[in-house]
Design a binder for this molecule. Structure first.
Ligand SMILES: *Cc1c(COP(=O)(O)O)cnc(C)c1O
Length: 427
C-alpha cells in the first residue's frame, strides 16, 4: 500500500495534506540515498554515476544525490540552473541532448560547463563555436546511435533512424569532421534504451556498447578518456512495486570492460553510467483527494483533484498507463468491499484519466489517496500549464521531518523588447 510502502504513516500523510493542501508530492531523501547505494553496489567499480535531471530536477533531490557522489547530466537551461542551485560544480556537469541552441551553449560555457555530449556534426560545430567565443576548449563525448543487442527490450532510444546521436556509418565515413576548433573528442556516449525489461537485456546492451566503444576507438583513432555507457535501469512508475536489484550486472559488465577496455580500473577510460528513474522513482508519491464518485453506464468514476496536469502527462504517448493509487488509510473491511474504478482528473478532456479498473477499497469522496513511485517523471513531465490549476506543493522529507515545502509557479512575464516596438514593414 502506497503510504505504508513508504516511510510515511497515514497520520503523517494526512497532516502533510492538511498543512500544504491536496494534491501534493512528497519525496523522501532516505529513499534516494538507498537507491544510490543499491545502484552503485550493482555497477562495476570504479565508475562515475550521472543523475539525469530530466527525471526530476528538484534541487533538493539533486543536492542529495550530489552528496552521495553523483554528478549531474543536464539538457537545458532550466536543468543547468537546478544543478547549480543544488551545489553541483559546473566543471563536473555533462551537458547533453539534441538541438542545443547557440544561446544555451553560450550560457553553459559562460557558467563553466566544459563537458558536452555531441549528438551530430552540427551539434559538435555549435559546441565548438560557443567554446571558441570564450577562448576555451569543450571536451566532447560523441553520442553513438548503434544497433543494440538483439532481442533486448525497454524503450529503445537509438538503433534506427533517430534524432539522437551519430550513426556509425556517418561517423566512420567522415572522421575528419570531428576536428572542430574549440572541441576535443574525449570519449563516447551510449544510451540505447531506458527502463530495461530485465537484467539480462541490460547486461547484453551494456556489453554491446563496450564492444562498440573499443571498435570505434581503433577505427576513428580517438582517445577514450570517458566512456558513458548510459543506463536503462528500471523503476516502477505510479504502481506499487519495488526497484529491481541487479545482482549479476557488476560481474558481467566488469568482465566485458576487462576484455575490451583494459585500463578502466585505473580510470583509463573512466567508465560512467546514467540514471534518472531508478535513483528517484521510488522516493516520491503523489497524495490527492477523491472529489467525486459517480457511476456512468456501469463504470465507476473516481474524480480526483489531480490529473495529467500533475502526473503522467507523458501518458499522451500511450505507454505509461496503467497507474494505480491506493487509499492512504484503507477502510476497515474485507477485500470484497473493494470496487474497481476509473481514476479521472479534473481537466476538461477525456484524456485526463490516470488509471482504469483500479481496485479501490472503500472508495468515497473526500478520501486521501496516494500514487506510489512517482518521484521520477512526475510533476515536470506533466501538462502543468493545461487548464490553469495551481501546481501541487512538493514536500521534501528526511527522517520524518519536512526539509522544504515549495510550489512551482508558471507565470507570464514580458518577453524581449516592449510590445510597442515597431516590426519591420513588409518588403
Ligand atoms: C532520459 C535519459 C536518461 C535517463 O533515463 P532513465 O530511464 O530515467 O534512467 C539518461 N540519459 C539520457 C541520454 C536520456 O535521454
Amino acid at each position: 500500500m502506497a503510504a505504508e510502502h513508504s516511510g510515511l504513516s497515514p497520520a503523517a500523510a494526512e497532516e502533510l495534506a492538511a498543512r500544504y493542501g491536496s494534491p501534493l508530492y512528497v519525496y523522501e531523501l532516505a529513499r534516494v540515498r538507498a537507491a544510490y547505494a543499491d545502484l552503485t553496489d550493482a555497477l562495476p567499480s570504479p565508475c562515475r554515476l550521472y543523475y539525469s535531471l530530466k527525471a526530476n530536477p528538484h534541487p533538493d533531490l539533486v543536492a542529495e544525490l550530489r552528496r552521495c557522489g553523483a554528478r549531474a547530466e543536464v539538457t537545458s537551461r532550466g536543468e543547468l540552473a537546478s544543478a547549480l542551485e543544488a551545489g553541483c560544480r559546473a566543471g563536473e556537469l555533462l551537458y547533453s541532448g539534441p538541438g542545443k541552441t547557440p544561446g544555451e551553449l553560450a550560457e553553459a560555457m559562460h557558467r563553466g560547463v566544459r563537458s558536452y555530449s555531441a549528438e551530430s556534426f552540427g551539434d559538435l560545430e555549435g559546441i565548438g563555436a560557443a567554446a571558441s567565443t570564450l577562448g576555451v576548449t569543450a571536451g566532447c563525448v560523441l553520442r553513438i546511435n548503434a544497433a543494440g543487442a538483439p532481442g533486448s527490450a525497454g524503450l529503445r532510444m537509438t538503433g534506427s533512424a533517430s534524432q539522437f546521436g551519430f550513426d556509425l556509418d556517418t561517423l566512420l565515413a567522415a572522421p575528419d569532421r570531428l576536428k572542430v576548433p574549440g572541441t576535443r573528442t574525449v570519449g563516447l556516449h551510449f544510451f540505447p534504451l531506458t527502463n530495461a525489461r530485465d537484467e539480462e537485456s541490460l547486461r547484453a546492451e551494456l556489453v554491446q556498447s563496450i564492444r562498440t566503444a573499443a571498435q570505434l576507438r581503433s577505427s576513428l583513432g580517438i582517445e577514450l578518456q570517458l566512456v558513458d555507457l548510459g543506463g536503462g535501469f528500471a523503476a516502477p512508475y505510479a504502481v506499487p512495486g519495488e526497484r529491481p536489484r541487479y545482482t549479476g550486472l557488476r560481474k558481467g559488465v566488469s568482465e566485458a570492460l576487462d576484455e575490451w577496455l583494459p585500463g578502466w580500473r585505473e580510470g583509463a577510460p573512466v567508465v560512467a553510467f546514467e540514471s534518472g528513474r531508478h535513483l528517484v522513482g521510488d522516493s516520491g508519491q503523489l497524495l490527492c483527494t477523491v472529489t467525486d464518485v459517480k457511476d456512468s453506464r456501469g463504470t465507476l468514476y473516481a474524480v480526483l483533484d489531480t490529473g495529467i496536469n500533475h502526473l503522467g502527462g507523458l501518458s499522451g504517448l500511450g505507454r505509461l498507463l496503467p497507474m494505480a493509487a491506493r487509499p492512504v488509510r484503507p477502510a476497515e473491511g474485507t477485500e470484497a468491499d473493494a470496487v474497481r474504478a476509473t481514476l479521472a482528473g479534473p481537466l476538461c478532456t477525456p484524456a485526463d484519466v490516470l488509471g482504469r479498473g483500479v481496485e479501490m477499497p472503500g472508495l468515497a469522496a473526500g478520501e486521501l489517496i496516494a500514487f506510489p513511485n512517482v518521484g521520477a517523471y512526475g510533476l515536470t513531465a506533466s501538462l502543468l500549464g493545461f487548464l490553469g490549476h495551481p501546481a501541487p506543493a512538493e514536500v521534501v522529507m528526511d527522517g520524518g521531518e519536512v526539509v522544504t515545502a515549495t510550489r512551482l509557479a508558471l507565470r507570464r512575464e514580458a518577453a524581449g523588447a516592449p510590445a510597442t516596438t515597431p516590426l519591420p514593414s513588409r518588403s
